[in-house]
Every structure is written in structure tokens, then in C-alpha cells.
Design a protein around this ligand. Structure first.
Ligand code: COD
Length: 376
């Protein structure tokens, strides 16, 4: 029976209060309005951005259905025939949209579409309203995606159609963490053949940075983490050496300068801490090093720095979603995955049924998981 134009009742993980567990609830999902699609989730991943959501540093609108990343869905209902997708298509929701019309979308190198909900989160779709209700209350959206639910509604600029044979429980990682890390190396830093790279933080995104550095032909990839249990996996994806800062008396930037003969060519902060952002900047070569910030510090913290660190010639940059223009790049990355240009297996440590979402977050916070995939 067609669900077009009708409210769908389904299960969703609702966050009623910050820093509290999710509650599995029955929610009503309204039909999509013009230029929106309602999609049925098949698999979604848990990542640190969602944890920032739980802690209130990425979203302040409650109650909310989180889920920004790593989402794979099949379109269930389409309202507008102008869309290039149709029922049954496989798609990935995009937490950074690509409207194609704003100044950023028209710029050849930029990707932070001005129609996104990332900078000043409203917790709604673009018309300022929500499609979810629960117990008679409107429930907010998260970054225009909200995937911790059996059904969601997104704007057409926030969804990309992907290869029809793509394995959803794997390529969901291309919707966020993988692309964020991989793109930070190949697109933002533009890592060069034979170069030396340092990667701070060996979670799912840091491992994806390593994969990008390797794909770009780096000769040395130095992986840095305070948890030595992360080293084996880092080596499997391409790290050539691993360093634990706690094994040294001197600051990690000095250690890295020494082992790289004066500073690395490219460095990446993939933790979200101000101290490691500064170490990452300081460890890159002062005249030509490029340092990329990938992590977001909690609670809008700020950093102060000596301008001389940049006047000598370093470049300090950052990007969301690996600098990729989302709607056009995600299908290409999925095709690259299908062509075996990279593997996602090392990033997936756990698969849980959607109802066990709180267990999935515990695994993330304890550092025991790289990525947990929730299946519906
Ligand atoms: N020195 C070295 N390593 C450290 C330190 C330290 N002082 N502190 C923590 N670490 C290590 C941890 O042991 C851990 O291995 C790693 O850093 C962090 O891993 P995760 O699993 O917490 O993180 P990821 O890889 O899932 O995500 C990292 C981000 C930096 C992307 C994330 O935290 C973040 O800031 N997300 C919001 C920004 C964003 O773009 N999100 C989209 C992509 S998910």
C-alpha cells in the first residue's frame, strides 16, 4: 500500500535531554513537502558528531532525533517528480548539503553550502518546520539528516543517489567519517607523492586520513595516539610508524620534528582538542608545512597563537566533510569503493540492531569501537 501523502508511524531514538540516553519511541513522520524526500533507513553509523550532539555542542534544539553521518537508505516515498531519484533507489543523506546555487556551491574549491544547518543549527528543515512528532510534541531535526529513525525526511539537496549494488551497511561510512578523513588528505591538504605526514588521533576519521595519505603516495605516515591499542589497525590501513606522546618527556611536536628531520610536510589534527591542534601545527615544517584541522573542539573553545608560526610560511587550514562537494562526490566515492580503490572493512568494528543505540554510544565513548553500524 502506498504511503505517499500519509503520515508514517515508526520507531526512532529520541534525545529528550542533553547528556542522557536515547529513548526508543514511536514517532510520526509527516509526508515530505516540495523538494523533499522521505527515506527509509537501512543502516546508519554512530560517530563523534552525534556524541557532540548528545553533549549539546553541535545542537541546542531539543527534543531531537540525531544521526548525522554514515547513513544509507532506500527512498520510500517521493513527493516531487523533479527529483532525480525514485522509489527503491539507494541514497545517502548529506549532513553538508549541496544546493548548487549559493556562492560556496558555485566556487570550484569550496563545499560548505550556505543552505546547510551546520553553522547556526536551527534543528528544522529549510522551511523552518519539523517533520517529526512524538507524544504530541514536535521533534527537531539534526543537520538536515536525522537518521536514528526508521524513516526520515530530508531536502533534495541533502541526499545523493548511489550505485544500485552498493552494500549499504558499508558504504554508509562514505556519508561522513570516511569522506571527512580521506578528503582531508587528498583534497584539503593535497598530500604529495613521497611526502611525510603526521596524523593525530586514530579513530575512524584519523584512520581514513591515513588511507588518504597512502592513496596520495605519502612515503611516511606517522600515526599519533595516546591509546596504543589503536596502533595495529593504523598500520593495517597504511601508517608506517606509530608514536604514543606519553612515551616521551618532551612535547610531541619536538619528537615529530626530530624523527622527520625538521618537520613533517603535512599534519592532521583528528581529535578535537586545542592542545593537539597546536602540536599538529608546530610539528609541520615551518616554511612549507601544511596543517589541517579536522576535529571540532567541544563548547566553541578558542585558541590563541603567535602569528610568526604562519609568517614563516606554514599553511593552517581546515574543512568539513573532507572538502568534498557532497552531492556530486558521494556517488563517485561509492563507485570508487565498488571498484576496490579503497576498503572500509577496517573502520567497522561493530554491527548492532538499531534498538541498541545506547550500547553503540557506550562503545564509542569507551574507545572500544571505531565505527558501530546500526541496522534497521
Ligand atoms: N593525543 C593523542 N591522541 C589522542 C589524544 C591526545 N591528547 N586524546 C585523544 N586521542 C585519541 C583517542 O585515543 C582516539 O583514538 C582518537 O584520538 C579520537 O578518536 P575518536 O574515535 O574519538 O574520533 P573519530 O575519529 O570518530 O572522530 C574524530 C573527529 C575529530 C572528527 C571528531 O571528534 C569531531 O571533532 N567531529 C566533529 C567534526 C566533524 O567533521 N565531524 C564529521 C566527521 S565524523
Amino acid at each position: 500500500m502506498s504511503t505517499a501523502g500519509k503520515v508514517i508511524k515508526c520507531k526512532a531514538a529520541v534525545l529528550w535531554e542533553l547528556k542522557k540516553p536515547f529513548s526508543i519511541e514511536e514517532v510520526e513522520v509527516a509526508p515530505p513537502k516540495a523538494h523533499e524526500v522521505r527515506i527509509k533507513l537501512v543502516a546508519t553509523g554512530i560517530c563523534r558528531s552525534d556524541d557532540h550532539g548528545v553533549n549539546g555542542s553541535l545542537v541546542a534544539c531539543l527534543p531531537v532525533i540525531l544521526g548525522s553521518c554514515l547513513d544509507t537508505v532506500e527512498i520510500n516515498t517521493i513527493k516531487e517528480s523533479v527529483l532525480s531519484s525514485s522509489p527503491g533507489d539507494k541514497v545517502i543523506p548529506l549532513f553538508v548539503p549541496q544546493c548548487g546555487e549559493c556562492n560556496v556551491c558555485k566556487h570550484p574549491e569550496a563545499n560548505l553550502c550556505q543552505k546547510g544547518d551546520l553553522k547556526e543549527s536551527q534543528g528544522t528543515l529549510n522551511d523552518g518546520t519539523c517533520r517529526f512528532t512524538c507524544r504530541g510534541k514536535p521533534i527537531h531535526h539534526f543537520l538536515g539528516t536525522s537518521t536514528f529513525t526508521q524513516y526520515t525526511v530530508v531536502n533534495e539537496m541533502s541526499v545523493a543517489k548511489i550505485h544500485e549494488d552498493a552494500p549499504l551497511e558499508k558504504v554508509c561510512l562514505i556519508g561522513c567519517g570516511f569522506s571527512t578523513g580521506y578528503g582531508s588528505a587528498v583534497k584539503v591538504a593535497k598530500v604529495t607523492q613521497g611526502s611525510t605526514c603526521a596524523v593525530f588521533g586514530l579513530g575512524g576519521v584519523g584512520l581514513s586520513v591515513i588511507m588518504g595519505c597512502k592513496a596520495a603516495g605519502a612515503a611516511r605516515i606517522i600515526a599519533v595516539d595516546i591509546n596504543k591499542d589503536k596502533f595495529a589497525r593504523a598500520k593495517q590501513v597504511g601508517a608506517t610508524e606509530c608514536i604514543n606522546p606519553q612515551d616521551y618527556e618532551k612535547p610531541i611536536e619536538k619528537v615529530l620534528k626530530e624523527v622527520s628531520g625538521g618537520g613533517v610536510d603535512f599534519s592532521f589534527e583528528v581529535i578535537g582538542r586545542l592542545e593537539t591542534m597546536m602540536s599538529s601545527l608546530l610539528c609541520c615544517q615551518e616554511a612549507y608545512g601544511v596543517s589541517v584541522i579536522v576535529g571540532v573542539p567541544p563548547n566553541a573553545q578558542t585558541i590563541s597563537m603567535n602569528p610568526m608560526l604562519l609568517l614563516t610560511g606554514r599553511t593552517w587550514k581546515g574543512a568539513i566533510f573532507g572538502g568534498f562537494k557532497s552531492k556530486e562526490s558521494v556517488p563517485k566515492l561509492v563507485s570508487d569503493f565498488m571498484a576496490k580503490k579503497f576498503s572500509l572493512d577496517q573502520l567497522i568494528t561493530h554491527v548492532l540492531p538499531f534498538e541498541k543505540i545506547n550500547e553503540g554510544f557506550d562503545l564509542l565513548r569507551s574507545g572500544k569501537s571505531v565505527r558501530t553500524i546500526l541496522t534497521f
